[in-house]
Structures are given as C-alpha cells and as structure tokens.
Design a protein around this ligand. Structure first.
Ligand code: FAD
Length: 273
C-alpha cells in the first residue's frame, strides 16, 4: 500500500521528504489528471494541512506568497495594482473549482510551458524559497524552471514560498491570455508586463511571454527599449521578441504564435499606457 502523509508543520513535511520516494501533493489539479486510469502507487506528501504554507504576508521589502496559497486566495487578497497581472492570470486558470484548489507553487513546480502563472511571476521578478532538512535557499524564478516538466528542485526540497520584491517606483501591471475560447482553455500564448514609472517616464519594464518557448521568457531587448521613454504600444518591434522559440502544435502554428505574442505585448503596453 502506498503511504500517505499529511503533516501540519513544515519541519515534519521536510523530514518525510528526506526519507525519499514521496511525491508532493498540493491542490492535485495537475497531479491527478496526469494519472487518470492508473491505480495510485506513489507515496504522497500532502501539504494542505500546513497552515504556515498558506496565505500572503507583506514584509518590509517584499511580499511572501505561501506555497499552498490558491488562485482564489490570491484573487481575494488585498494587494496593490502591482499584482494585477497575477490576479488576472489567476482568474483565467481553469474554472472556480480549479482556482479554489490549485496553488501558485503547484503551477510553477509542474513546469508546463503553458502555465499561466509563470509570465506574471517573471514580470514581478519573483524568487522562490526552497526548503529542505538542510535549510532554505532562494532562487530567481528564471533559474527554477529548466524546461518542460523540469525544475531545479533537488531531492528532498519543497517550494515553500514565492517572494515578490517591492518596486522602486509607482508600478502597474497587466496580463493577457489568448486561447481558442475565453475560459477553461490552455493558452496558445500569454503575456504579462510590469511597468514602473516616475513622472510618466518608464524607469523599469519587465515583460514576459509564455507558451511561445519551452519555458516562459522575459524580453530584455524590449525592456531596455522602453526604459527612459513614455510608454506606447508602437515601441514594440518584432525583433524585440527574437528570444522566443514558438512551436507548431494542435493549438496553433509557430507563425501564428509569433504574431499573437507581438499583438498581445502591444496591447498590454497600450493598456498600461
Ligand atoms: C480542468 C483544469 C483546468 C486547468 N486550467 C489551467 C489553466 O487555465 N492555466 C494553467 O496554468 N493551469 C491550468 N490547470 C493546471 C493546474 O490547475 C494549475 O497548474 C495549478 O496551479 C496546479 O496547482 P496544484 O496545487 O493543483 O498542483 P498539484 O497538482 O498538487 O502539483 C503539481 C506538481 O507540483 C508539485 N508540487 C506542488 N506543490 C509543490 C511544492 N510546494 N513544492 C514542491 N513541489 C510541489 C507536485 O508534486 C506536482 O508535480 C488546469 C487543470 C485542470 C484540471
């Protein structure tokens, strides 16, 4: 019989994980659909009873989003406009039942190229706190997802929190998703932007596109081109998206994805302008 552990404290969870062989379970909304028709054989470490992993706390220079904070928890939290991109993404993740159970950390650890939370968290410059019995380390999100279904999590490690630094200037953000229909759909392309401004001038821009490369990516050339200027959608040029490498699949061709990403990024900036 597979083992099932549901500890109430992080240190207990880490001891279970350190034994090896356990699969972490949060909302289960990626875990279970990947196992339809198969008898469960894995030893499970269920995180949902650990209160200290849930919820959002504001600290002096950052916000801390606990690993098992659900998409609904994020939508309902009192957060500044900086977080609009992540809340908009949260509202488009599955339906209400999925948003009630699915977690931010689960979306990251599942490492799907179409994970809707990733572009917003890249634009928010998120870092991840990873915990094990050896201690805790922090890794930028951009170094965490290594490829489709591949992360930098080491054996015995949990993603314990997502950390969002406070911006230096007044910051606004936005998110747009393109799917074959409006809701309950896997993204063909999605994009998120955080713009920090002072006196109408862009002081920092962070823009990321998902589902158009094996891992969602920031667009450093575009970010540099916007800095020091007044924001306008026309500033986006096709070469600013050269870092992307879209593929053909059942949801869209590479050419369509490239065009869609360009339009999404322009619309994001027009909205924020
Ligand atoms: C009907 C349906 C619609 C969906 N729609 C969307 C959508 O529109 N957009 C989208 O992006 N996703 C969508 N999803 C996927 C899923 O809901 C999200 O990715 C969700 O955020 C996953 O979170 P979870 O807590 O359910 O993860 P789980 O299924 O519990 O876990 C996912 C993976 O992460 C690991 N894991 C989870 N938490 C941790 C942790 N703290 N530390 C280490 N490893 C961990 C697990 O071991 C597992 O490998 C959908 C799923 C369904 C079933």
């Amino acid at each position: 019989m597979p083992a099932y552990a549901r500890p109430t404290r992080v240190d207990e969870a880490l001891k279970v994980l350190a034994q090896g062989g356990y699969t972490v379970l949060a909302g289960g909304t990626d875990h279970y659909p990947a196992r339809v028709g198969r008898t469960p054989q894995e030893d499970i470490l269920d995180l949902t009873a650990i209160r200290e992993l849930r919820g959002i706390a504001e600290r002096r220079d950052h916000w801390r989003i606990g690993a098992t904070t659900t998409w609904t928890g994020l939508i309902e939290a009192k957060l500044p406009p900086l977080f609009d991109c992540l809340r908009l993404a949260a509202r488009e993740i599955g339906g209400l039942q999925i948003q009630n159970a699915g977690t931010v950390a689960g979306n990251l650890c599942n490492a799907s190229p179409a994970a809707d939370g990733v572009p917003s968290l890249l634009a928010l410059d998120a870092s991840l706190e990873l915990a094990s019995v050896q201690g805790r380390r922090t890794l930028p999100l951009a170094e965490f997802i290594l490829g489709p279904r591949k992360t930098a999590l080491r054996p015995g490690e949990l993603l314990s929190a997502v950390l969002i630094p406070k911006p230096k200037h007044e910051a606004r953000s936005h998110f747009l998703k393109l799917g074959a229909r409006k809701y309950l759909v896997i993204s063909i392309a999605m994009a998120a932007a955080v713009i920090e401004r002072e006196g109408g001038i862009v002081r920092a821009a962070r823009i990321a596109v998902g589902a158009c490369s094996p891992v969602a990516r920031r667009l450093p050339a575009l970010e540099a081109a916007l800095t020091g200027k007044r924001l306008r959608g026309e500033l986006v040029r096709p070469e600013h998206l050269a870092a992307l490498a879209p593929i053909d699949d059942v949801r869209g061709s590479a050419g369509y994805r490239s065009e869609a990403a360009l339009v999404l990024v322009r619309r994001l900036l027009e909205e924020l302008a």
